[in-house]
Design a protein around this ligand. Structure first.
Ligand SMILES: Cc1cc2nc3c(=O)[nH]c(=O)nc-3n(C[C@H](O)[C@H](O)[C@H](O)COP(=O)(O)OP(=O)(O)OC[C@H]3O[C@@H](n4cnc5c(N)ncnc54)[C@H](O)[C@@H]3O)c2cc1C
Length: 448
């Protein structure tokens, strides 16, 4: 490998900040830096931005297919700040009403009231299907207990039992929400993450539990909104470049790229996702110690997304939560020439990630038709299994801080960094903002 002094410098820019990784975290950092007039360069391995929030193009499908639905909640304030600022705010449809299928064709809906939190939750809970009144009071009690407890390191099922949440309450109420919010089976959830969801989604504000669903393919959000907005703001992008390692010099860093080229930058935000960040740091002399804390977070939790194209329209609902089935959500992706495109989601899908495409499509087809109580012939089906969708929200898991670097000017960003949030877009954007703010302080300190 070439040494720092002997590298071929192919890039004329010498940015104040180089951001390695063009997912939500890296792009959020670029947005904040560009908005403050700091020159930044985003180096991305793939040919496009978006990272884990991506779309596939398949020859027999007329539209791009998102690898997962990528839902936001009303409490995702940083994510919405970023999307609005990059012109993608209007690409999210917000829903106050949640439709819930019992898995056998009976669909009911719940909605919060325009009352101050937590009273807005009363009708939501009271009208929640499949749960009797006594259990609804137990849920309200459980929400209160969780909110008032201190964050612990216990597993959620243990805590749930302690605060009176029976197996049935968990199955009908908590599991559908928490499995998708935290992307893990209940036994793999730390109660600190559950507490965070309860406080931010249910209690902090009236709008926290609203559901935001993108109305554009994820690829288009990045290619048509985010990237042009960031470029207008002055950010520069290099895609198709894999960073191998970093070298430390007294006043800056050298970034070594797979094609033997290299770049320099005064500060670096490493926003690659945990496995790649660890690999880069392990190869970077003087920075190896940073890779240790990242190692603790490795081991992804899978999400399966199954796209189904029917010969007719099965539902006019935008989306619905499904109780008592393997699939947890169904999203309506629109009607193409009279054929309906639906997307079924299985989060926390460890148990299902080893199934074949065909088995997953068959399960999703059967359960979708049953959940909606509708007949229809499946014309096409495809399942995407994202094995490392998010880090597992295990009890007591320790996440690296964004500023663990032994060398000033190198910051971590990514959904896995310790933001208090589970592995979500919100966590990624928060971490990107935090790393950018740290860079800004560095830029100011040098009077650049
Ligand atoms: C199927 C699925 C469904 C999901 N659903 C939701 C949801 O409903 N709601 C929600 O909030 N979150 C959801 N998530 C999680 C969300 O996608 C992630 O939390 C978020 O996108 C992480 O962003 P990031 O920037 O931290 O990391 P990433 O998106 O992983 O970005 C890292 C980037 O770094 C690049 N990179 C890696 N190595 C290198 C290298 N050596 N050199 C240069 N570049 C490199 C990668 O190509 C990638 O683009 C879902 C994820 C998946 C996979």
């Amino acid at each position: 490998m070439p040494e720092a002094g002997a590298v071929r410098m192919t890039q004329p820019v010498h940015p104040d900040v180089a951001i390695i990784g063009g997912g939500f975290a890296g792009c959020a950092a670029a947005h904040r830096l560009a908005a403050r007039g700091v020159s930044c360069l985003v180096i991305e391995f793939k040919g496009f931005l978006g990272g884990r929030a991506m779309s596939y193009r398949l020859p027999n499908w007329p539209v791009p297919l998102d690898n997962g639905q990528h839902v936001l909640l009303g409490c995702c304030a940083a994510a919405m700040e970023f999307l609005r600022a990059t012109g993608a705010g209007a690409d999210i449809n917000w829903h106050d009403r949640l439709f819930i299928s019992n898995g056998n064709g009976a669909v009911e809906s719940v909605k919060t009231w325009p009352l101050a939190a937590p009273f807005h939750l009363l009708p939501f809970l009271m009208n929640y299907p499949g749960i009797d009144l006594a259990d609804k009071f137990r849920i309200a009690w459980g929400i209160g207990r969780m909110a008032m407890s201190r964050s612990g390191n216990a597993a959620w099922p243990e805590t749930a039992r302690r605060i009176g949440q029976t197996d049935r309450i968990r199955k009908m109420f908590w599991d559908p929400f928490l499995i998708s919010a935290l992307n893990a089976p209940p036994e793999g959830m730390g109660d600190a993450f559950v507490r965070r969801v309860i406080i931010d989604a249910f209690l902090r504000s009236r709008g926290g539990v609203r559901i935001g669903v993108p109305n554009l393919p994820l690829a288009a959000i990045f290619s048509e909104r985010v990237r042009p907005a960031l470029e207008r703001g002055g950010a520069v992008f290099q895609t198709g470049k894999r960073v191998l390692r970093l070298s430390i010099r007294p006043d800056d860093f050298v970034i070594h790229i797979h094609d033997q080229s290299a770049l320099t930058a005064k500060q670096i935000i490493l926003a690659t996702g945990p496995a790649a960040a660890r690999a880069i740091l392990e190869e970077s002399t003087g920075l190896e110690s940073m890779s240790g804390p990242i190692g603790e977070i490795l081991g992804g939790s899978p999400i399966i997304s199954i796209h189904l194209l029917y010969d007719r329209v099965l539902t006019d609902l935008s989306f619905c939560l499904v109780q008592n089935r393997t699939i947890q959500w169904i999203f309506n992706k629109g009607v193409i020439d009279g054929k309906q495109h639906l997307q079924a989601i299985i989060s926390g899908a460890d148990e299902w990630a080893g199934q074949s495409q065909m088995e997953l499509v068959m399960i999703a087809d059967e359960e979708t038709r049953r959940a909606l109580g509708a007949a229809g012939k499946l014309e096409h089906g495809v399942a995407f299994i994202e094995k490392n969708a998010t880090f597992p929200p295990r009890p007591g898991i320790r996440r690296p801080k964004f500023n663990i670097s032994p060398k000033p000017g190198l910051w971590l960003a990514g959904d896995y960094v310790d933001t208090g949030w589970p592995g979500t877009i919100e966590s990624a954007v928060r971490s990107g903002f935090a790393a950018a703010d740290a860079c800004l302080a560095g830029v100011k300190g040098r009077g650049v």
